[in-house]
Design a protein around this ligand. Structure first.
Ligand SMILES: NC(=O)c1ccc[n+]([C@@H]2O[C@H](COP(=O)([O-])OP(=O)(O)OC[C@H]3O[C@@H](n4cnc5c(N)ncnc54)[C@H](OP(=O)(O)O)[C@@H]3O)[C@@H](O)[C@H]2O)c1
Length: 236
């Protein structure tokens, strides 16, 4: 069966601002916070250039990240990203940033934790040396991310929208647990080659369907896509 096609370019509706395009998450849920990934990737799927994302990004891409941060109640990042991308205190008052780690090897002297906005998401047995830092515990050999989300309101009261900012290893764990409700992906107009991780790295196989909710292109050929997880069909 052929499904209908729509032309997205040339743009039918004229200009759109990043603030308009990313004014809110694509949905909300009653059972737990809505979780949306925000990442930039090259055309050939790499998420890093020389070990960090900066070489893939642009002013508009950064604005997308910041715009979505401005509407998110909490952010979560993997320990690798927290170490590599230099997370500081959030700009949004009251926003919290959870760093997911199995090892517990997190620099709690960083501005992120000194500001009080950072907290650690780890397993039941992982040792955390700094008793001034809030620690959310879920799971044994690795963090049980579904159980962690259920506890999130203890650390971020009233949170309805969580932005997951990578990296690829945490993304894979979130995807394995079928936690992503939304994917916000910037495709950088470059191929990178090499062996940098793609959006999901190190997880198991899965097949999750998403519906394209928005597709925007800028004059530098950066492509901004928003994908909503298709509702899982359950048997009657
Ligand atoms: N292109 C982009 O938009 C973008 C965005 C973010 C990051 N990045 C880049 O991606 C790279 C980092 O990605 P990465 O894949 O190496 O690291 P990552 O996903 O940021 O962090 C991986 C670490 O997170 C912890 N972790 C993840 N899932 C876990 C689970 N279920 N249970 C317990 N711990 C868990 C572990 O920490 P421990 O090792 O402490 O146990 C693991 O080693 C950096 O180079 C960064 O610059 C790119």
């Amino acid at each position: 069966m052929h499904v209908p096609l729509r032309r997205l370019l040339p743009v039918p509706d004229g200009p759109i601002t990043i603030d308009e395009a990313y004014a809110a998450p694509l949905g909300q849920r009653a059972d737990r916070p809505w979780v949306a990934m925000c990442m930039v990737t090259s055309i050939d799927g790499s998420t890093v250039v020389d070990g960090v994302s900066a070489g893939l990004s642009s002013d508009n891409d950064s604005s997308v990240l910041l715009r979505l941060r401005s509407v998110a109640d909490a952010l979560i990042v993997g320990a690798g990203t927290a170490r590599g991308e230099g997370y500081g205190a959030p700009r949004k008052r009251g926003q919290r940033i959870g760093v997911v780690t199995r090892s517990g090897s997190i620099d709690t002297t960083s501005e992120l934790f000194q500001s009080g906005s950072g907290f650690i998401i780890t397993t039941e047995q992982t040792e955390v040396d700094d008793d001034r830092v809030d620690v959310l515990r879920a799971g044994t050999d690795k963090v049980d991310l579904c159980a962690a989300l259920e506890q999130l309101s203890d650390f971020c009261p009233g949170a309805t929208f969580v932005q997951a900012e990578g990296g690829a290893t945490l993304n894979a764990a979130l995807a394995d647990a079928d936690i992503f409700d939304e994917l916000n992906i910037t495709t950088s107009p470059a191929t990178i080659g090499g062996s940098g991780p793609r959006l999901f790295h190190g997880g198991g196989d899965h097949s999750h369907r998403y519906d394209l909710a928005q597709l925007v292109v800028d004059d530098e050929s950066f492509l901004f896509s928003r994908w909503r997880r298709r509702a899982v069909q359950t048997s009657p």
